[in-house]
Design a protein around this ligand. Structure first.
Ligand SMILES: [Zn+2]
Length: 405
């Protein structure tokens, strides 16, 4: 078993080695392109994406490592980021809402020997600043930040019309990974004030809140917490405080034991922004049927990622990239709606921009119309498709985001 520091150092060297040996062709060949837009702007609802890493590349570029080694940031984007979301193309495609998930890999990975990283909340505010600067500047003509439930309701429920020249994509802040709290409850209030609508309390590793499945089994910390430990006492406090402040709890990335605990202590509807069903895709992150059913029975909502590897049982990521398609997404939607006996508790959390592999038939959010066409074939009713792609999660946020500060 190697130490964390040794692991991080050798990973860095391996990354640098890969970088120097990769051909330019390989680097540019993997980058996502956004030039295929099917205009569907006139449709009232197109897509509300509840989990999207819209600014991850910008953030990596702005971190001390990214500033010092911009080529590494370029490499990360070109080599790993095979899906794409741009404000312009999403706007032109008529996307309704994008919930930006802020995730700082450096707080979760590099700071591991210092768990939890006390600078994590400050770094998270910087990520939020970065998004806001863009939305107040170059991207203001495409998208606007929604900071309060009142603004949200005004935007969607009072004469919502995409043909209005003032129409903009509604953007929400969310956090992926409770490590953003830096081990303290206090930052939650400021997150709520800044407009954070939901927090995924777990992520790749146990950061003292809830156990997460082994994201990287070769990593020395992966087995550091026994599965019987679900939600920690601090995790319970986090949920209580989030509920008090009106921030929605996202249970994605929780182990089944953590889920059992969360279901015991939570009193408000839960969201799972980007999960798969274990019956269809047997991965550590996938949820058992009974957990999906319980979340729905309590008025929660299930987001399906546009991520075939997670949704099905491909032998490996390479196979998933070669064969995975929107049909995996449709199959999961069919299954989850069937076992939960509801067409109103399901939505899309693409995970695009989160360094996930691409689908063979969609790599940019602006291509969402292809998913619509497949869903129309499946369900045969445009209204149901509007619900699945957008309306369900808009109503869920409208009903459950409170911001009590
Ligand atoms: Zn995730």
């Amino acid at each position: 078993m190697i130490s964390r520091r040794k692991f991080i150092r050798s990973s860095f060297l391996l990354g640098a080695g890969l970088f120097s040996s990769a051909s330019l062709d390989l680097l540019t060949g993997c980058s996502a392109s956004c030039d295929f837009v099917q205009p569907v702007k006139k449709r009232k609802y197109v897509l509300a994406d509840i989990h999207n890493h819209t600014v991850l590349n910008d953030w990596v570029r702005n971190t001390p490592i990214g500033v010092k080694f911009p080529m590494l940031a370029d490499f990360a984007q070109d080599f790993f980021d095979k899906t794409s979301t741009t404000w312009k193309s999403s706007y032109e495609a008529g996307v309704d809402l994008i919930c930006t998930a802020h995730f700082n890999p450096f707080d979760e990975w590099i700071s591991m020997p210092l768990d939890p990283n006390p600078s994590a909340p400050a770094n998270t505010f910087r990520m939020m600043d970065l998004l806001e600067k863009d939305l107040n500047g170059p991207s203001a003509k495409y998208a606007k930040l929604i900071r309060t439930p009142e603004e949200f309701k005004n935007h969607f429920y009072k004469g919502y019309d995409k043909n209005d020249p003032n129409f903009r994509i509604a953007v929400l802040h969310s956090l992926e990974g409770g490590h953003a709290l830096g081990g303290r409850l206090e930052p939650l209030k400021e997150f709520a004030r800044r407009g954070v609508v939901l927090i995924t309390i777990g992520h790749f590793y146990n950061k003292g809140i809830a156990t997460a499945p082994n994201a990287f089994p070769f990593f020395p910390d992966a087995n550091s917490v026994r599965p019987k430990q679900g939600l920690s006492p601090f995790g319970r406090e986090v949920i209580h405080e989030m509920e008090k402040l009106g921030i929605i709890v996202d249970v994605t990335h929780a182990t089944s034991t953590a889920l059992d605990d969360i279901l015991k202590v939570s009193t408000k509807p839960l969201i799972a922004t980007h999960i798969s069903a274990k019956t269809l895709g047997d991965h550590a992150y996938s949820f058992h049927d009974e957990h999906i059913q319980e979340i729905v029975n309590r008025g929660g909502i299930i987001g399906i990622p546009l991520y075939p590897y997670m949704l099905s049982n491909y032998a490996n990521i390479k196979d998933a990239e070669e064969y995975g398609s929107l049909s995996d997404v449709v199959r999961t939607i069919r299954y989850v709606t069937k076992i939960s006996n509801s067409l109103k508790n399901i939505c899309i959390g693409s995970d695009f921009g989160g360094y996930i592999p691409r689908l063979t038939d969609m790599n940019c959010l602006c291509q969402v119309n292809m998913l619509r066409e497949l869903l129309v074939n499946e369900f045969g009713n445009e209204e149901i498709i509007d619900d699945i792609l957008a309306k369900n999660v808009i109503d869920f946020i409208g009903n459950n985001w409170k911001r009590n500060i």
